[in-house]
Design a protein around this ligand. Structure first.
Ligand code: ARG
Length: 287
């Protein structure tokens, strides 16, 4: 490609936020990568015998938490547990819409013990938690956009769980079929820019699901496969600032053209397990 890519710079908190109107303040649940590792293979990004630099992962993860705080968001932390190397990917532990919590049920046996820890955190925070009966990987496959919930299936979360989500949240839930194993969770292929629009990589979806997305979001920002492979769609937006992988340069430029402010945050050490910014972030949506 002809897109020049700058080396990823660590996030530096701005002393003054100069980007016009603030995004809506959000509440994010994160889990530190204290026990992060690639010790099993459950998606195409994970490789046997890969070495993980936990110090680097922790520094990158801290920079993400700092970036959220610098833009006015609240960061809550769930204590990590030994033996659960993927727990840093907090998005998968539950989904919260309108203050209602749908817990998780993981596809991979290696991650199943995480669900109870998320459940407990939400209980202690004063929420009721509904346990899904079918495989459901939280916000990894459930993306609220305004009053809708977009729901991914094909690799992890089942369509039965989409139905459970619709019943629990009382919001129309739109099933979308993922077809490319590199984009095994919806949040690797699509993110909500705000309450009315999304960015996505069409090739990650079945033909019918691509049509559904075109119908719902005719003005969506479309990403290339290259941007998607750089984890550019594993982004978090507060409606104004888009926390995005620095290697997704073309997508960041498109997002900026639409009036959003890209905030690059490098989580390359966590990419080794197939996760990025959004995977590490669960939004607690009260309204
Ligand atoms: N290794 C983890 C898994 O395969 C990565 C999860 C990434 N999370 C996400 N929301 N996409 O389950």
């Amino acid at each position: 490609s002809s897109v020049p890519s700058a080396p990823p710079a660590p996030f530096v908190a701005p002393s003054v936020v100069t980007s016009g109107a603030p995004g809506r303040p959000r509440r994010y649940l994160l889990c530190a990568p204290t026990y992060f590792d690639v010790s099993y293979v459950i998606n195409p990004w994970m490789r046997r015998n890969v070495t993980v630099d936990r110090g680097r992962a922790t520094a990158q993860w801290r920079a993400l938490a700092d970036a959220y705080r610098a833009y006015g968001h609240t960061v809550e932390e769930l204590a990590p547990a030994p033996g659960l190397p993927d727990m840093v990917f907090a998005a998968n532990g539950a989904a919260v819409v309108g203050g209602r919590v749908l817990g998780s049920r993981f596809h991979a046996p290696q991650r199943q013990a995480e669900s109870a820890l998320f459940h407990l955190w939400f209980k202690e925070a004063g929420f009721d938690v509904r346990e899904p009966e079918s495989v459901c990987e939280g916000e990894g496959d459930l993306t609220p956009v305004g009053d809708l919930v977009l729901a991914g299936t094909g690799f992890r979360t089942t369509t039965a769980a989409h139905h459970e989500a619709q019943e629990h949240f009382g919001r129309p839930t739109v099933s979308l079929r993922l077809v490319d194993p590199y984009f095994y969770h919806l949040d690797t292929a699509l993110f909500a820019l705000d309450d009315t629009n999304v960015a996505y990589y069409p090739g990650a979806f079945s033909a019918g699901s691509q049509e559904v997305l075109r119908t719902l979001f005719p003005d969506a920002v479309l990403a290339t496969r290259e941007d998607a492979l750089a984890f550019g769609l594993n982004s978090v937006s507060d409606g104004r600032h888009v926390f995005i992988a620095p290697a997704a340069t073309a997508l960041a430029a498109r997002v900026a053209d639409r009036g959003y402010t890209p905030v690059p945050v490098d989580l390359s050490e966590l990419h080794k397990a197939g996760g990025g910014i959004k995977c590490c972030t669960q939004e607690i949506r009260i309204s």
